[in-house]
Write a protein that binds this ligand. Structure first.
Ligand code: FO1
Length: 455
């Protein structure tokens, strides 16, 4: 076992391996390339001269996801099946609740060892617990989303980026490496006639189809790599100076691919750090991609109530409660917010962008969430509303990064107290005029008019 794979793995039960194929239960990291969990499963299978199989359990209504997200995910999975076939690694799909379907799958195929990837979210943690108790073979977990496995980067909830960064930088050189390549698997699965009926899966899926797909973002690893290359060639150089300006589309555009694991954050970081050119932009991007992103997994993993007011730091809970009865100049209902019907044209434009394009510029995500705090009767309502809209319309919704970003904006998570004011208390405030000082607000509003159907 090569050391750089083994140290990213940990046991989820203490059973010994049985004879039989090794299975990788894929969930968060939906890719064949640069996938430590798949590489680990393949090493185990080769050592034991066993076949290797990948299984994905598809469930409807995952955290209220809509057709927008499922459409992107299913197309990505179809590409994974195609690619794995070239490595003689069957890709199978089960449907239903993983706590019953995965053990059933393991029994049906006589799986000797199960490997899965890592997500800090409550729902995924619940799955691991249930499956680890009900399968009778060994069960491993490999964090192939974080460059440094979440449980190794830090053993506790970190207060802020400045407490987490040194821990990351101490281990980064060790873990930020090139990936070994996936091999064509020498032991085919006996009786393998796997071919997923994607059409049937799609039609059987009972999900909310009222939020349509985003047509101009192609799913999959190839599209993600192409996007990364385009960004490195055209945008990295001035990422630092322009990244806070929503009018210059200098964001990497990788967040949907990172959310569904179509590309490994480690691949992005590896390619970025190899780039020559201005250090400031590279450092800024690595900070976002490594410290900020892995800090959000740290927050969700060690604070399982990451989507509730209780997760806010004490100073934030106190100050928000103290100002709960401050008069609100404007209060908007969920429908008014969802339809972008507030008095603030910038906020409305950001919301229209979100609904029409399934994305929102990072700078505006903060402004957008903070205004929901300002226009809601309680912080709890604001938090629920921001999460609902984020997860319903963002292509990268339901992500630790999203929960953490909203908790930062509304509840001061990983932030510090600022000058006290109405409603916000000491939570950092952002204003319309503050945005005007940062970028051309009128230009942004003009560009965000929803795509008018050509009459
Ligand atoms: N993970 C699964 O294992 N099965 C699914 O059917 C599934 C659906 C899904 C839909 C939208 C979405 O945003 C995520 C979804 N995921 C699913 C989970 C995802 O792979 C990640 O594990 C978490 O969202 C991030 O931790």
């Amino acid at each position: 076992m090569t050391v750089d794979i083994q140290r990213r793995a940990r046991r989820l039960n203490d059973r010994s391996p049985n004879p039989g194929p090794v299975a990788y239960w894929m969930s968060r990291d939906q890719r064949a390339q640069d996938n430590w969990a798949l590489l680990y499963a393949q090493e185990l299978a080769r050592e034991r001269q066993q076949s290797l199989v990948v299984v994905f359990n598809l469930l409807p209504q995952f955290l209220q996801a809509t057709w927008r997200q499922y459409h992107f995910m299913l197309e990505g999975l179809r590409l994974v099946e195609e690619e794995l076939r070239r490595y003689q690694i069957p890709f199978l799909v089960t449907t239903g609740q993983p706590e019953t379907e995965v053990p059933r799958f393991a029994k049906r195929h006589g799986i000797g060892t199960l490997v899965t990837d890592f997500s800090p979210l409550r729902i995924n943690q619940h799955w691991y617990g249930q499956v680890s108790r009900s399968i009778d073979c060994e069960f491993w977990q490999v964090d192939t989303h974080n460059i440094i496995p979440c449980w190794k980067a830090s053993g506790k909830r970190e207060y802020a980026a400045y407490t987490f960064r040194p821990k990351v930088h101490k281990q980064l050189d060790d873990y930020l490496t090139e990936f070994p390549s996936l091999q064509k698997h020498p032991h085919p699965l006996p009786g393998d006639n796997s071919a997923v009926d994607w059409r049937q899966l799609e039609t059987k899926l009972k999900i909310d189809r009222s939020v349509g797909p985003i047509e101009d973002v192609n799913p999959g690893n190839d599209a993600a790599i192409a996007r990364l290359k385009h960004f490195l060639e055209n945008d990295l150089a001035h990422y630092d100076e322009l990244r806070n300006n929503p009018n210059n589309n200098v964001q990497t555009g990788l967040s949907p691919y990172l959310h569904f694991g179509h590309i490994a954050p480690q691949r992005v970081a590896w390619e970025v750090q190899r780039e020559s050119g201005s250090g400031a932009s590279r450092e800024a991007l690595l900070e976002q991609l490594i410290v900020r992103r892995e800090l959000s997994d740290n927050f969700c993993y060690y604070c399982q109530e990451y989507d509730s007011f209780d997760a806010f730091p004490d100073w934030a809970k106190e100050t928000l409660t103290e100002h709960q009865s401050d008069p609100r100049e404007y209060v908007y209902s969920g429908e008014e917010l969802e339809q972008g019907k507030t008095h603030d044209p910038l906020w409305n434009a950001a919301q229209e962008n979100l609904v029409a394009r399934g994305t929102m510029h990072g700078y505006l995500r903060m402004y957008w969430a903070k205004k929901i705090l300002q226009w809601s009767l309680t912080p709890q309502e604001a938090l629920a509303q921001a999460i609902y809209l984020n997860d319903r319309y963002q292509l990268d919704g339901r992500d630790p990064n999203g929960y953490t970003g909203i908790a930062w904006s509304i509840g001061g998570v990983h932030d510090r107290p600022w000058f006290e004011r109405e409603v916000f208390g000491k939570i950092r405030y952002m204003s319309y005029n503050g945005c005007r000082r940062k970028f051309d607000v009128e230009e942004y509003i003009a560009n965000s008019q929803p795509q008018r159907e050509d009459t």
